[in-house]
Design a protein around this ligand. Sequence first.
Ligand code: NCD
Length: 324
Amino acid sequence: MSGENSSTPTSITLPWASDFHCHLRQGAMMETVTPMGRPHGPAMPNLTPPLTTTQMAVDYGKKLQKLAPNVHFILTLYLNPALTPAEIPRLQQPVYPSGVTTNSDWGAMQEANMVLCLHGECPSDAAKGICILNAEERFLATLRELHQAFPKLRIVLEHATTQAAVEHTVGCTITAHHLFIIIDDWAGHPHHFCKPVAKFPHDRDALRERPSALFPWLDSAPHPRSAKQGEKPAAGVFTTPILIPLMATLFDKMECLDKLEGFISTYGRQFYGLPEPIDGTITLVRLPLAVPAAYAVSGSASDGETVVPFMASTEIGWSIAKTE
Ligand code: NCD
């Protein structure tokens, strides 16, 4: 860090961030977003069709690698009935359940020291009193049971949004946008709508208190503007292009810039055993950054389509000065 003194740095140089939950999509959107952020980390398997076999994941990885040759991608699979315990030791990926699995799968994963990545929400069910506001909290009991049955299985509750989740789970991660928004910010604002939805002010406060303990699972989830502004908005917030300046802005405001490197990079890399050091650095300066209103989705099929970033058309406090 440099600046007037160590408590008020005006610039900071960090290793590139790792993104532990990136939706890199397919086709034109994949070509647009994959080169944007050097997202070292797991690429999510919820494609069309979803990645359900090792071969599919390997083929997808080749496409991503072509677009971003220096990035270390961790490929993930949807846990599905075709994925047998016998095949699990051959996989080196974390898996992401499609909702169907068996106890033997968990046991095999534990043996293989794999990571189970969970989108921990119960499906909405009015008869059971479950809706998007309590879907995560209702899931925590299942998470506890799983942990008790398989204490060595490395489970991560993705994109935790509640005080209950960060206080009562073994391992969970948080997204950039959940550190900023609450219910009022997404109600009526489709570009802030994601799942799990952002919750109450006390939940956001609880997430903000944890930056030294958790690593961000950034869940940058781009959707074309037309899908976000349609009748039923697609869930997902796109943070990749502004991610690191945005986190510097927040950590500066919270007076804990010294925790930034651990949060965006070190803890997650250690957890996933990623090679160190990751190539390149990023230098940030405390100067306003004007966030664009939208990015064009490149590619012939996209027909003028755009993708709207988090904080579109606003200014954030830190900018990127240099990348190496
Ligand atoms: C994700 C997406 O867009 O792929 N959306 C989101 O709101 N987080 C899917 C998901 O994780 O539900």
